[in-house]
Design a binder for this molecule. Structure first.
Ligand code: HEC
Length: 222
């Protein structure tokens, strides 16, 4: 440790006096910016490019972020275990839609009261509230000829077939038939048991393809 503290030439050189520093700053303060220097403007096209990018990013987020709604994107959600969740559709609701979607309502009316002399009522009808054996067959295959409903005879028109059977213009699945029957049997004060797709499928399988029923034929069934 024989070297004296100020003998380092590097330190010696850097040590400017306070006066010299102040003088240098004073000089610089008075100076104007160097307008001779070769500055270049940013190309204007870059402004458009970046504006475009920001616009695109904003639009993208707006469209695909789901507005950061936790129901859309939940980072804490665990991968689903087990099977796919099946959404249950209420057969009555489906039946109501089917009934009123230019199907049954065109003849039997939204009220289920039918039209006097032509279309029999479904409200309080012994066919609707009777055994599922008969009512399923009526909607699957149709009904023709004379039928008595609540003491009145109807024979002016025929009831079309709705099932997936030859000659049907509707081709409804057994599920749909079950749904519409479940609706009809529980609407307008009607109060009969729901009809399942399995019940419809069983009768469908048993009867296969066939023409419309008559009330006489149905009367022989349970
Ligand atoms: C094109 C008109 C028409 C459409 C559509 C129609 N029906 Fe009918 N329906 C009739 C006619 C006519 C009869 C009586 C047939 C006869 O005289 O043999 C009848 C009879 C019935 C009967 C037995 C009699 C009674 O009043 O209870 C039921 C049940 C029935 N229809 C349910 C339905 C259902 C459910 C739908 C819709 C899926 C439907 N109908 C669509 C015309 C129609």
């Amino acid at each position: 440790m024989s070297t004296p503290p100020h003998s380092d030439p590097g330190l010696e050189q850097a040590a400017a006096s306070d006066e010299s520093l102040l003088a240098a700053h004073e000089k610089l303060l008075g100076k104007k910016p160097d307008d001779q220097a070769n500055y270049r403007l940013l190309p204007l096209s870059l402004l458009f490019v970046f504006s475009g990018l920001i616009f695109f990013a904003g639009t993208y987020l707006n469209l695909y972020s789901g507005h950061f709604d936790p129901h859309v994107y939940n980072e804490h959600a665990l991968p689903h275990k087990g099977g796919v969740e099946v959404v249950k559709i209420d057969p009555r609701e489906l039946g109501k839609k089917l009934f009123n979607n230019a199907a049954c309502n065109t003849c039997h009316q939204v009220t289920g009261l039918g039209q006097p002399g032509i279309y029999p009522p479904l409200v309080g009808s012994e066919w609707v509230l009777g055994t599922e054996e008969r009512v399923i067959r009526i909607v699957l295959y149709g009904l023709q000829g004379k039928v008595t409903v609540k003491g009145t005879d109807y024979s002016a028109a025929a009831m079309p077939s709705f099932g997936k059977v030859a000659g049907s213009g509707f081709n409804w699945s057994d599920d749909k038939i079950a749904a519409v029957l479940t609706y009809v049997r529980s609407e307008w004060g009607n109060n009969a048991a729901a009809i399942t797709a399995a019940q419809v499928a069983a009768i469908h399988a048993k009867e296969g393809d066939r023409k419309a029923w008559t009330a006489e034929e149905l009367a022989k069934l349970p």
